[in-house]
Ligand binder design. Structure first.
Ligand code: AMP
Ligand code: ZN
Length: 136
């Protein structure tokens, strides 16, 4: 994909601190980490979001994420990490090539990935479920 920074990394046109590679996926360190060791796991085929990824690429990417997460924990982590995927502008996606963030967590780190909780009105939760189910 022309102009895509992660496609350029996949094609070795720009450098990255790679930690993982197979025929379908690469993993490398995020250059502006939320915590040091923050990795990105990226399908080699360009797709914008999770919903646009082919099932084979998705399976390979999630398997690679597990390997990288394990390596992160064994190398200098402690088994705690957040796995985050931003899909779409409103969700904070900046790079338009699907990717999974793996962010190691440490005691007293200053990262906050928590949200405030809303409440559903009466039966509203079931209305939401019904609307979503129609598109499954
Ligand atoms: P997102 O907001 O989910 O699209 O996150 C994109 C991430 O890609 C950000 O955390 C950036 O720091 C990271 N990033 C952007 N360019 C590069 C690059 N050349 N090498 C490594 N990470 C990058
Ligand atoms: Zn791309």
């Amino acid at each position: 994909m022309e102009g895509c920074i992660f496609c350029k990394i996949v094609d070795n046109k720009i450098p990255a601190a790679k930690v993982y590679e197979d025929s379908k996926v690469i993993g490398f360190l995020d250059i502006m980490p939320a915590n040091k060791g923050h990795c990105l796991v990226v399908p080699k085929n360009h797709a914008q979001t999770l919903a646009e990824m082919g099932d084979d690429d998705l399976c390979a990417t999630i398997k690679a994420a597990k390997k990288v997460a394990r390596a992160l924990s064994l190398s200098f982590g402690n088994g705690s990490f957040n796995m985050v995927m931003n899909n779409g502008k409103e969700a904070g996606q900046i790079v338009g090539h699907a990717h999974i963030h793996l962010i190691p967590r440490f005691q007293k780190d200053r990262l906050r990935i928590k949200w405030s909780h809303l409440k559903y009105g009466e039966n509203e939760i079931n209305e939401y479920a019904d609307k979503i189910k129609k598109f499954i």
